[in-house]
Ligand binder design. Sequence first.
Ligand code: CP
Length: 332
Amino acid sequence: MKPGASLIRHYLQFKDLRAEEYAYLFERTRTIKTRFKNYEKYQPLVDRTLAMIFEKASTRTRVSFEAGMYQMGGSVVHLTTGDSHLGRAEPAEDTARVISRMVDIVMIRTYEQSMLERFAAHSRVPVINGLTNEYHPCQILADIYTFIEQRGGPRGGTADPRDCPLGGAANPLDCLRGKVVAWVGDGNNMANTWLQAAEILGFTVHVSTPSGYEIDPHVAGVRDGGSYRVFKHPLQACAGADLVTTDVWTSMGYEAQNEERRRAFVDWCVDEEMMAVAKPDALFMHCLPAHRGEEVTAAVIDGPQSVVWDEAENRLHVQKALMEFLLLGRIG
Ligand code: CP
């Protein structure tokens, strides 16, 4: 690890990278995924260590970062609030100063974005947002890669896991321009991050949330209405969409609101009627974990338009490309 704050790049929000950097990352993801599928060893991060700090539960984020770092030759330290001094009120600033002298990169899942920002401001090494109340950029990275994989090909995409096509397009982002993503449900960290992605990558998000759970453009960090349109009814948001996506009604940290949310969100369940008004080849995504019968029906999430398992797997591949980029810069 080399101190040198001016060279450090963090990934705290989706807007921390530019469109041309996303184009690069998606191409690198394709290469890294193809090598993985062909059982080719690729270990550019030998002797590098990732510290993962979890203040909230996780399945996909933990496994994808941990497996990804080991596959690239590095090692991992796993910390939680309960087994570290973060849970005993050691300031994020002090924790950052200490941990970043010992490891090469840090991934944090926490509550307030402000904690992540304070940690990053005092870190000597890159910090990645593994989910906060406000944003989930690694998930949207995987979601957009999955969309490109599915819809970027000359035949409309094949998503054959053996050759991991990005379609041979000159720019993997080309297939996103002008597309419509329908967000149905809570105006939460996923919704905020979709809005940031739309502004950077040139697509539109149609948002439908229950009253009282709307997007706050200030929190999302986007221009009001610049890259999204708000619809009262979820069917209107889904009409003509290229991708329909949702999330749980109650995100981690909001469990006390569970009952009132169940009542408020009852009409925001992605079902066959919503998928029927989207484009015939529309995809369905969900960051998981999912609650069948609440935010999505079993027929949709387990149906032919759902790509949720590719979406989950792609967390591994995009995050390997991201860690490689933050630690080594551009390859080749
Ligand atoms: N989608 C996602 O972040 O999953 P986990 O909460 O299991 O990490």
